[in-house]
Design a protein around this ligand. Structure first.
Ligand SMILES: C[S@@+](CC[C@H](N)C(=O)[O-])C[C@H]1O[C@@H](n2cnc3c(N)ncnc32)[C@H](O)[C@@H]1O
Length: 185
């Protein structure tokens, strides 16, 4: 079987605007991405899992596989994910479909979907997720920008606030993780 790196790089060459990064995220990034999960009990959705760097950390943290749903638009990645993570629901669907997968009160969304400088994707992916998330749910987003990938204006429009969880220099390229939560009314 091809290594995750080879598969990831090959798919990036085929679909650069979808895959965007040149390598799977590091274990250190995955640890930061799953911050807060230990306090959750309900459904968790990972969007854009790729070859499963974050999925591996989620499952290793003790989350029961049946609590986790993956939404990945790339069919090759879906095959690998289903093989690697028995019991996890792997859907070859877009993150934009999150309202159509039968879940409400989602406690956490872990997102590898590229949203930086893509306002339509931000509305469709983050905006729709918020509508099926629990009131105290959180949305952890990886980005390669030092600033929030969602502008202050868009945060206002979506009704969220954003907090930087940290930077991981040991990632190719260096990664940041931001957390979005619904604003209290
Ligand atoms: C930058 S890669 C991140 C992969 C993995 N999370 C990691 O960090 O190693 C982006 C992933 O998001 C997927 N993707 C992009 N847009 C998507 C969408 N709208 N819905 C679902 N998956 C998407 C790509 O196919 C790819 O697997």
């Amino acid at each position: 079987m091809a290594s995750d790196f080879a598969l990831f790089f090959g798919e990036m060459m085929r679909r650069p605007t979808q895959v965007v990064a040149i390598a799977p995220s590091s274990a250190a990034t995955a640890r930061l991405m799953i911050r807060g999960l230990i306090h959750t009990r309900g459904p968790i959705v990972e969007i854009g899992p790729g070859t499963g760097s974050f999925t591996k950390a989620i499952v290793a943290s003790g989350v029961a596989p049946e609590r986790l749903t993956l939404l990945e638009m790339n069919p090759r990645f879906c095959e690998i994910l289903a093989e690697k993570f028995p019991g996890v629901r792997v859907l070859n669907r877009k993150a934009q479909d999150i309202q159509d997968i039968g879940l409400t009160d989602i406690e956490a969304v872990i997102s590898g979907v590229p949203v930086l400088s893509r306002p339509t994707i931000q509305r469709e992916v983050v905006g729709r997720a918020l509508e099926v998330m629990a009131p105290n749910g959180f949305f952890n987003q990886i980005t390669y920008s030092p600033h929030s990938p969602i502008s202050t204006e868009m945060q206002q429009e979506l009704g969220v606030h954003s907090k930087k969880l940290g930077t991981v220099w040991a990632n190719l390229p260096p990664a940041r993780v931001f957390q979005f939560k619904k604003r209290a009314h």
